[in-house]
Write a protein that binds this ligand. Structure first.
Ligand SMILES: Cc1ncc(COP(=O)(O)O)c(C=O)c1O
Length: 402
């Protein structure tokens, strides 16, 4: 059976260049911290990759701190900035986050509130999933001396809504507050300019751009008040210890270069396929409701993102029926202990619980083709009819899911 992968936001296949760079370094070996030739050769591979990642993000190489992925980069930013801003007797308990952050950010903030005395303040989003800088202005207007940090993602992983990052960062900077942005879904999909954005820190991940899983980076200005989370040899700017993963980083560098070079043409190609998917869905399943920004331009919405709610069915049922028909998609939010739950992002956008449970996200990437879209549109009417006849699972809603 023809398999169609429409879940590139979850992970995207490793690119041939990244695979080659990685395997070459795996074969060569060497610890980048060693002083002998093998070590120096591994170090030069890491530094070359750092330059490529920095160039792709309009940052300086010295601002790139390699991590084990997006989750660690977000943890380093949120906890590291919180501790840095509360060091030396300062008291800054307020943590401002948007209501649509990924768990890698949202759960850090919640942990800080539970265990470290932080007070979370959430920025609302509109029905498209967008934050409004005026809300941040209002939050900070009453005094921001006690605010540790502000965090708003560059673009949302479920509904693809692109946020007004430069304006939000400007508001935070005017109040003297560090600004973090989770750009994991935006890297490789949108042009990212770290310096131009005005952000203090920015998280990116390798496996969303064609590098392997388990590598990513936190981009941080030289003056970002970051405390280390992982202590040891101080390898990455003294804020992230551990022998650096030279092969994975070599792959990340290769993928970053490819992503940057091909960005304009590739994002246009992918957006074209996504537009066909959205138009086609209106005919294939007229009941489907597009969620996230209705304007599909890349200043509003990630080029590869199409997200719908399908009335009267569970997103999980639809996912499994599509999978049986050879199409791989996502509900957007994971389930906890097998119990389907509505997405917090959709609820924050004002979508009702029953509707939110029928969510299905289709995300396109570098391997996607027009045939993939046609195949989805062919199989979805029957899958939807079957999922709808199975109906909604009867369970009590709960507040939290993984
Ligand atoms: C917005 C966002 N942030 C963070 C992460 C976590 O990145 P990683 O899988 O590299 O830990 C993801 C992964 O899905 C994501 O979509």
């Amino acid at each position: 059976m023809q398999r169609v992968y429409l879940d590139h936001a979850a992970t995207t296949p490793v690119s041939p260049d990244a695979l080659e760079a990685m395997t070459e370094q795996l074969r060569r070996g060497g610890n980048p911290s060693s002083l002998h030739s093998a070590g120096r050769s591994a170090r030069s591979v890491v530094e070359e990759a750092r330059e490529r990642v920095a160039a792709a993000l309009s940052a300086d190489p010295a601002e790139v701190i390699f991590t084990s992925g997006g989750t660690e980069a977000d943890n380093l930013a949120i906890k590291g900035l919180y501790w840095g801003r509360n060091a030396g007797g300062s008291s800054r308990p307020r943590v401002v986050v948007s209501g649509i952050e990924h768990h890698a950010v949202a759960d850090c903030a919640e942990w800080l509130a539970r265990r470290q005395g932080a007070r979370i303040e959430r920025l609302p989003v509109d029905t498209d999933g967008r934050t409004d800088p005026a809300d941040l202005e209002r939050l900070l207007a009453g005094g921001a001396d006690d605010v540790a940090l502000v965090s708003v993602m560059w673009a949302n992983n479920e509904v693809g809504a692109v946020q007004p990052i430069a304006r939000l960062a400007e508001v935070a900077a005017a109040a003297g507050v560090p600004f973090h942005t989770d750009a994991v879904q935006s890297f490789g999909a949108l042009p990212l300019d770290f310096h131009g954005s005005g952000a203090t820190t920015m998280a990116v991940s390798g496996h969303k751009i064609g590098a392997p899983m388990g590598v990513g980076a936190l981009v941080a200005t030289r003056t970002a008040p970051l405390e280390a989370l992982v202590h040891g040899g101080g390898q990455e700017r003294d804020v992230r210890s551990g022998t650096v993963d030279a092969p994975a980083i070599a792959g990340f560098g290769a993928a970053a270069r490819e992503a940057a070079e091909g960005l304009a043409a590739e994002s246009e190609r992918i957006a074209g396929l996504r537009d066909r998917l959205v138009e086609g869905m209106a005919r294939a399943v007229p009941e489907a409701v597009l969620r996230g920004p209705a304007e599909l331009g890349r200043e509003h919405r990630l080029p590869g993102n199409a997200h719908f709610t399908f009335p009267g069915c569970e997103g999980d049922s639809l996912l499994f029926l599509l999978d049986m028909a050879g199409v791989e998609s996502s509900t957007g939010s994971a389930c906890n202990a097998g119990v389907p739950r509505p997405s917090e992002v959709l609820l924050a956008m004002g979508v009702g619980e029953a509707e939110a449970r029928g969510a299905q996200r289709f995300t396109l990437g570098h391997a996607s083709t027009a045939e993939d879209v046609e195949r989805l549109l062919e199989v979805i009417p029957a899958a939807y009819a079957q999922a709808r006849s199975a109906g909604m699972a009867d369970h009590a809603p709960s507040g939290r899911w993984a």
